[in-house]
Design a protein around this ligand. Structure first.
Ligand SMILES: [Mg+2]
Length: 395
């Protein structure tokens, strides 16, 4: 099997007015993701995805990774990962280059599975064809509406939900109480503080989260502020989670060595692909930590993460974006299926997914180098959309 070409497909979706949601970065107007297709001479196509700046992904694929890998055997995943890392090292290591080579890596894992007709979870040594999953939504909206939304996730088959805090101290506490009341003590509440707390506030909130039996306490601080994570972990009794903004084994090694986290949150579409996410999961396991992947771009990333979490002995759960994102809900011929809190995988080879080509055509960006202005949840394009910093009112 030989690689013939690597294709990147940038997808863009503009929310109708009613579906826009508010969060710490403003009002989200658009979503985007990039699919990576690795075409081979055997007509097998490997599928991966990347969540980063689409234009930069396009240039890295077009000018570097595609020419580098043409003619290579895609089953030599580890060797090709090293080549891609070496080629992008000077400007890479963290951020878009690492995410891009990771998208290719995930597509190579898909091909490796397809070539031997085994699912990726089995290649990784896993034994279960499901993976625990949680509903990720509950962004800044009125507290009564949060309760209603949380209840709907349980009805849909989820057993665990994640909500966003860091709006004001009063909002944060009343929002948690409302969601807890809506889903009861038999289901788990996860909270995400979106890097907006300072240390004293984080401690104060931590005590409240402990009382409310919160399942984990995500990103109270910026990823650079490792010392605050370490200090917080010594005083609060709720598992601290982070890592969606970290890249590569070396980035997670720093956090794990500093004893900054209880739960690491790599994302195969950001941190360096299935290969790197798997190494991160292994390192976490050696340190007695759990792994619960981040996902916020598309169903390919969710599935890639799920194969990894399902196979990892310390795998806890995967994130499933509930914000009416068509790249999550419509991209796959067989949509994601959640039963009793478990995302269903299968024995189908590789990632076991098929892309809906009509959906791809519908959302494909005309020119990957021109991104329409807007707030894209994690990225913002266009000066008029840059958010004013939002303050946080404390009690
Ligand atoms: Mg988060």
């Amino acid at each position: 099997m030989k690689i013939e070409r690597i294709e990147d497909i940038n997808l863009l979706y503009q929310y109708p007015e009613n579906d826009r949601f508010q969060y710490a970065g403003g009002i989200c107007t658009n979503r985007l993701t990039t699919l990576i297709l690795v075409h081979t001479d055997t007509n097998h196509v490997g599928i991966g995805s990347v969540y980063s700046h689409p234009s930069l992904i396009h240039l890295i694929i077009r000018d570097q990774l595609n020419p580098l890998l043409i003619g290579e055997d895609p089953r030599n995943v580890e060797e090709l990962w090293k080549k891609m890392y070496g080629l992008t090292l000077w400007y890479g290591r963290k951020g878009v280059a690492m995410s891009t080579l990771g998208g290719v890596d995930t597509a190579l894992w898909d091909l490796r599975g397809k070539s031997v007709e085994k699912p990726v979870w089995e290649l990784l040594g896993g034994e279960r064809k499901t993976c625990p999953a949680y509903a990720s939504g509950l962004l800044w909206k009125e507290v009564e509406k949060l309760a209603e939304e949380a209840g709907q996730y349980i009805e849909k088959g989820f057993r665990r939900v994640k909500m966003r805090l860091a709006r004001s101290e009063e909002y944060d506490t009343s929002a948690i109480l409302a969601v807890r009341k809506a889903i009861g003590m038999d289901h788990d509440v996860i909270v995400d503080a979106s890097m907006r707390y300072h240390f004293e506030l984080a401690c104060r909130m931590g005590d409240f989260l402990k009382e409310q039996k919160v399942f984990w306490y995500e990103e109270p601080f910026a990823p650079e502020d490792i010392d605050s994570y370490t200090a917080l972990r010594q005083v609060v009794r709720v598992p601290i989670a982070g890592g969606e903004n970290e890249f590569g084994l070396q980035g997670f090694r720093e956090m794990i060595r500093a004893k900054a986290l209880d739960i690491v949150q790599p994302d195969a579409s950001r941190c360096g692909g299935i290969s790197e996410a798997w190494k991160i999961a292994k390192m976490a396991e050696e340190s007695g930590l759990g792994v619960a992947t981040h996902s916020w771009n598309d169903a390919v990333a969710i599935i890639a993460n799920a194969h990894m979490v399902s196979a990892a002995p310390n795998g806890i759960t995967v994130e499933v974006d509930q914000m009416n994102n068509p790249f999550v809900n419509e991209l796959l011929v067989e949509p994601l299926q959640i039963e009793d809190g478990e995302l269903q995988l299968s024995h189908a080879p590789g990632l076991g997914i098929q892309l809906d080509l009509e959906v791809i055509d519908k959302f494909r960006m005309g020119d990957p180098l021109t991104i329409p202005d807007g707030v894209y949840s994690d990225m913002t394009f266009g000066k008029s959309y840059f958010p004013e910093p939002i303050g946080y009112e404390e009690r």
